[in-house]
Ligand binder design. Structure first.
Ligand SMILES: [Zn+2]
Length: 214
């Protein structure tokens, strides 16, 4: 069965680095034209479609839930939701399709993804372990996935201390990575408090994700 590209498999850092961004708190997805299979990147917080993998300035503003635009290659008229749970599979992009396109750089490679997940898992577990000694209530909230924005900031501070702690030397790089990653989650959450829950959900999703099927 064809394996569709999921949102958390997109290389968010690289997308941002290449300049495909809007006003902050970006969320990206890919979709394709069901007729000619042309692939587009969409930033659906601000409903912007990018059509050129090499040029973020080429973009269209639309509504992802109800996009009235035509495929730039074949003029197929998009008239319904193209992303999200209600989107039809014919709009979804498979990994093979993405890799065969000029958008192939979007896909987070297995090794990077596995490394990030592994590091996040180790780091959050280690921080939780330390909080059991210093702040059992926070450790408990971590185990129940009910952390607040304030908790996230404290977890980040703890990761920073662990990064500097010689006793944690073997995971130094992992703590740094988790610390940086958490900074993005915190700034996204702080910029838009109603999004906190969603951001936290994403954070735990990364941490608890099962390894990719081969
Ligand atoms: Zn088309």
């Amino acid at each position: 069965m064809a394996e569709f590209v999921e949102e958390d498999e997109l290389n968010f850092a690289l997308i941002m680095e290449k300049g495909f961004h809007n006003l902050g708190d970006e969320d990206f997805a890919v979709f394709k034209c069901p007729v000619c299979k042309r692939i587009y990147l969409i930033e659906y917080e601000c409903d912007t479609i990018f059509s050129d993998p090499n040029d973020p300035s080429v973009c269209l503003a639309i509504l992802s839930t109800c996009p009235f635009f035509s495929c730039l290659s074949c003029e197929y008229p998009f008239r319904e939701g193209i992303i999200g749970p209600k989107a039809d599979n014919r709009y979804r992009v498979t990994k093979d399709e993405l890799l065969a396109s000029n958008w192939s750089w979007l896909l987070l490679r297995g090794s990077q993804q596995e490394l990030l997940q592994k590091n996040l898992h180790i780091c959050f577990s280690a921080a939780q372990f330390r909080f059991r000694q210093t702040d059992p209530a926070l450790a408990e909230r971590m185990s129940k996935r009910t952390t607040t924005l304030g908790d996230l900031i404290r977890i980040r501070e703890e990761l920073f201390r662990m990064h500097l702690d010689p006793a944690c030397a073997s995971y130094k790089q992992g703590f740094k990575e988790a610390y940086d990653w958490l900074a993005d989650q915190i700034s996204a959450a702080a910029a838009d408090p109603p999004e906190v829950r969603m951001t936290l959900a994403k954070m735990w999703k990364v941490e608890t994700r099962k390894p990719d099927k081969e």
